[in-house]
Design a protein around this ligand. Sequence first.
Ligand code: HEM
Length: 397
Amino acid sequence: MTDLAALVEQLDDPAFYADDPFPVYAELRAHDPLARHPGGFRIVSRHTDVLRISRDPEAFCSGRGILLMDIGRELPDTPGALLYVDPPQHTRYRELVNPSFTGARVRALESWVRDLARGLIERIDPGTPIDIVEHVTVPFPLLVIAELLGVPAEDRDRFQAWSDAMIRATNEPGGVPDDDSSWQLGEFVNYLLEVFVDRRAHPRPDLVTELIGATVDGERLDDGELLMFCIQLLVAGNETTRNLLSAGLLAFAASPKQWDRLREDPALVPSAAEELLRYTSPVISFMRTATRPVEVGGIPIEEGEHLLLLYASANRDEAVFGPTAERFDVGRHPNHHVGFGFGAHFCLGAALARLETRVFLEELLARFVRIEVAGPVIRTPSTVIAGVTRAELVLSA
Ligand code: HEM
């Protein structure tokens, strides 16, 4: 008999997620779908419960933290931080920024997003091992966000350093950035403030100009909100997409038949992108806190209880994905995954991430018939992001 309590205990350990957590998720879904963790939170492992909680932000708020490290700490007031804000303020923010991220708006970016992908993919030497993370999947989304925020080519190296520092800071225990991260963050803030001044004086057809001008009921985002919003784009848009692409390539290396299928039928690329989101679940989990006594799946939840929405487990739930839930299937349909979350906080960048993934796969398909692992694969220990630090692959033409 499995010692469920011992399995549950591992779920606040970043190293647990860098191994193979899926068998443990299956145990939780089957035997204790709202398991209590001694660290003072519950683990929500079933798809239906993740949806139930996500669609009710009045009862399950984000304002009391969304990461395990937020438990018990005083959260700083960060206007503009969408992830940490609840309705009605959250609704106002989304009304302001949603128009810039719709499917139609994002589709208009396709040609330069494709140019960026192609530029990186063309540098892959067929048949020669390459750390795909360092050379392709890290720079690609970073370049996309840099372009969106209007960072010119000559500042891209600084931008990479800011992004790294930002990601480091969000991973620090207690959320306190180290000295270098603080310094980099300060530099990035000054840089963005200068961009805001410039765009107010010289509007351009770009995202920052649009965000500066966006109004709802005559209200605009102030500089603090704009800053936080841009920083959030950098963090939310980078680490997620890079890991989807890295883990995606590893999934294809492990299932060459799925790559063959895609080559034979490129019309499957959009459904392959959805399946990658489900199967790799780049965001493992985010948390909510109950604002009042409430029930989930027949279990009473007390006011103040923290609930960790385990998207990665929901995405393998047999009750929704059937007996093939653990299988990687580029033709899966329907595919109601929660890789982008669900409800009010549903990923703002979903259309952009989908575009990046589709374009990336199409450009790879045009060049490579086979993807194989050729050296070390290092997964990143994290309770939040299913990361790949290094993946040495060989792509054959
Ligand atoms: C594969 C790529 C991506 C994945 C898997 C992903 C996943 C997620 C998830 C699970 C959430 C829900 C957060 C919650 O419920 O608390 C979210 C929110 C968010 N994402 Fe993404 N994301 C991706 C790409 C992007 C990109 C490219 C951007 C922007 C350029 C972006 C910006 C955001 C923002 C701003 C939010 C907060 C939305 C809100 O709280 O209202 N994401 N994302």
